[in-house]
Ligand binder design. Structure first.
Ligand code: SF4
Ligand code: SF4
Length: 76
C-alpha cells in the first residue's frame, strides 16, 4: 500500500519529496502541501517514513518486503 500522509501532523517540510528515489511525492499545485501524486510508482523502500521528522507517514509494506525487513532470531 502506498504512503499515506497524516495532514494533521505533516509540517510540509518537503523532506519526503526530496528523499523519495522515485516520482511518488510532490508539492500540491499551489506549492503549499505535500501530496502522494503517483502512488502506483511507490516501491515501498520506507525512506519517506524513516526520514519524516513528524512521523506523519503511514506505510504498510507488502508481505515480501516485510519478510526482507525481518531480522533473524539466530545470531552468530
Ligand atoms: S517529511 Fe513528513 S512532515 Fe515533511 S512534508 Fe513529508 S510527510 Fe510532511
Ligand atoms: S516508500 Fe520509498 S518509493 Fe515509496 S513514497 Fe516513500 S520514499 Fe518514495
Amino acid at each position: 500500500m502506498p504512503p499515506v500522509i497524516d495532514k494533521t501532523i505533516c509540517g510540509n517540510c518537503g523532506t519526503c519529496i526530496d528523499n523519495c528515489p522515485l516520482d511518488v511525492l510532490h508539492w500540491s499545485a499551489d506549492g503549499r502541501e505535500t501530496e502522494v501524486k503517483y502512488p502506483e510508482e511507490c516501491w515501498h523502500c520506507n525512506a519517506c517514513k524513516l526520514d519524516c521528522p513528524n512521523g506523519a507517514i503511514q506505510l504498510r509494506l507488502p508481505l515480501p518486503a516485510m519478510l526482507l525487513y525481518t531480522t533473524s532470531p539466530h545470531k552468530n
